[in-house]
Design a protein around this ligand. Structure first.
Ligand code: GAR
Length: 219
């Protein structure tokens, strides 16, 4: 299945997708990796894997609408069946999101619906939550508010720093994102209105917890 991956930074989630693909565990072809920043390290990861890269620099556009239109044109030239946001740090216009409705996934570094937005690890520590984590969800016009697919929990330890917590959350991101993308690529995962179906069965609104996946679900 053709996909396009959007990044803004390090691209460790992109790397996890590339690794799963190269291991024969993920039936996708990454047609392009697109970044809004020329200095995103993920671009080097893509090039190292022989994947086509493009930069659509948001600073070169008059506003959000113009940038999103250019981005959409760049993405659509590759005819992806799925758009994968992997650390893409831009708020998207409603028009853009609606164009990819049901075929755009995002990974967020928190247990949604807790801590949408930025600085999730700092906020989790400030609020002294016992569990933190990451969530894969379909993208809708509500920022970090689309239907939830798969999450992984990370216990918060006494004395945790935001950096330490971020690193442990990232490890989990690298497990759940390839899994969710695989379901989509295999035609097993769908968004229907505000619900997610896996193997034609509706998921709970909380999505699935990675620790509770059944062997059927991971097959
Ligand atoms: C990840 O933690 C991802 O969940 C987060 O950015 C990081 C990107 O890391 N995404 C967001 O905050 C989206 N709002 P990576 O570039 O190493 O994959």
């Amino acid at each position: 299945m053709p996909i396009v991956v959007l990044i803004s930074g390090s691209g460790s989630n992109l790397q996890a997708i590339i690794d799963a693909m190269q291991a024969g565990e993920l039936p996708v072809e990454i047609r392009a990796v697109i970044s809004n920043r020329t200095d995103a390290y993920g671009l080097e990861r893509a090039r190292a894997a022989g994947i086509h890269t493009e930069v659509v620099d948001h600073r070169e556009y008059a506003g959000r609408e113009a940038f999103d239109r250019a981005l959409q044109k760049t993405i659509d030239a590759h005819e992806p069946a799925l758009v994968v946001l992997a650390g893409f740090m831009r708020i998207l216009t409603h028009e853009f999101v609606e164009h990819y409705m049901g075929r755009m996934l995002n990974i967020h570094p928190a247990l949604l619906p807790l801590f949408p937005g930025l600085n999730t690890h700092e906020r989790a520590l400030q609020e002294a939550v016992k569990q933190h984590g990451a969530t894969v969800h379909f993208v809708t016009t509500e920022v970090d508010g689309g239907p939830l697919v798969l999450s992984a929990r990370v216990p918060v330890r006494p004395g945790d720093t935001a950096e330490g917590l971020a690193a442990r959350v990232l490890e989990q991101e690298h497990r759940i994102y390839p899994q969710a993308i695989r379901w989509f690529a295999e035609g097993r995962l769908q968004m229907q209105y505000d619900r997610v179906l896996l193997d034609e069965k509706p998921l709970p609104t909380t999505g699935i917890d990675f620790a509770e996946l059944t062997t059927d679900q991971t097959r």
